[in-house]
Design a protein around this ligand. Structure first.
Ligand code: HPA
Length: 245
């Protein structure tokens, strides 16, 4: 079974044929919402809205541990994260779809492991390649089949939020090698790896990162909404194709 974790702009999947919703409790607390089980193009899918179905949970308050644990309990075999990002690189303009291949983690204070290290041997997962290569390939093949242009590979910077970055912070992220910036990619990807669930992401560029649009422009929330809405439609199409093969 495939799990889709939907971020801002994707609190539900229009084409999901919903079969049941399940409220799950985990040793780590409650996930962001009920798991929605259904079929997408006849393929079994479980959907979870990362920020809650009413979009009320900010990135630093998402219970990533509970979300991942709940999906593991639901026996999902792969996870695709859909998350909105700001574009740092000039060609990552609003509306672009990106399948990142690397992460730099700038978040802090989040519960970022299932191995708290109290009564067990120390565990260091390998995270050289933070996204699963086979899942990435499936997304890229689905995008090609759907006729949707996606960027193959990008460095995702995970920031703490919930505020957007300063222009100087974006300059620093760029010097570090980041191409896009978002607030939810970590610890989600690392927790999936700890649980052994292959995980990859579709990033949807909602806006130019701070200071990257026309230099006199601040980030405009209305235009973020519009770009996100349109591009999420294309991300959904990619997911439909991924499920129909
Ligand atoms: N910064 C961080 N996270 C984001 C942004 C951004 O500009 N846009 C969407 N998610």
């Amino acid at each position: 079974m495939l799990a889709i974790i939907g971020g801002s702009g994707l609190t539900q999947l229009a084409n999901l044929n919903v079969i049941r919703r399940e409220v799950v409790r985990t040793p780590y607390g409650e996930p962001s919402g009920a798991l929605t089980f259904g079929q997408l193009c006849e393929h079994p899918v479980v959907f979870l809205a990362r920020h809650g179905y009413g979009h009320t949970i900010p990135p630093h308050r998402v219970n990533y541990q509970a979300n991942l644990w709940a999906l593991k309990e639901a026996a999902v075999e792969i996870i695709i994260s859909v998350a909105s990002v700001g574009g740092i690189r000039a060609d990552m303009c609003p509306g672009t779809l990106v399948v990142p291949d690397q992460i730099i983690d700038y978040t802090w204070g989040r519960k970022n492991t299932f191995h708290e290290g109290t009564d067990e041997p120390v565990v260091h997962i390998d995270f050289t390649e933070p996204y699963d290569a086979a899942v990435r390939r499936r997304i890229l093949a689905a995008a090609a089949a759907a006729g949707e242009k996606v960027f193959d590979g990008a460095v995702y910077a995970a920031t703490q939020g919930p505020r957007l970055e300063t222009a100087a912070e974006i300059n620093r992220l760029e010097r570090d090698g980041a191409d896009v910036v978002g607030m939810t990619g970590m610890p989600e990807a690392a927790l999936a790896r700890e649980l052994g669930i292959p995980y990859a992401a579709i990033n949807v560029v909602a806006n130019y990162a701070a200071g990257r649009a026309d230099s006199s422009q601040r980030i405009c929330f209305d235009s973020i909404e519009t770009a996100l809405h349109e591009a999420m439609g294309r991300a959904r199409k990619v997911l439909d194709h991924l499920c129909s093969v």
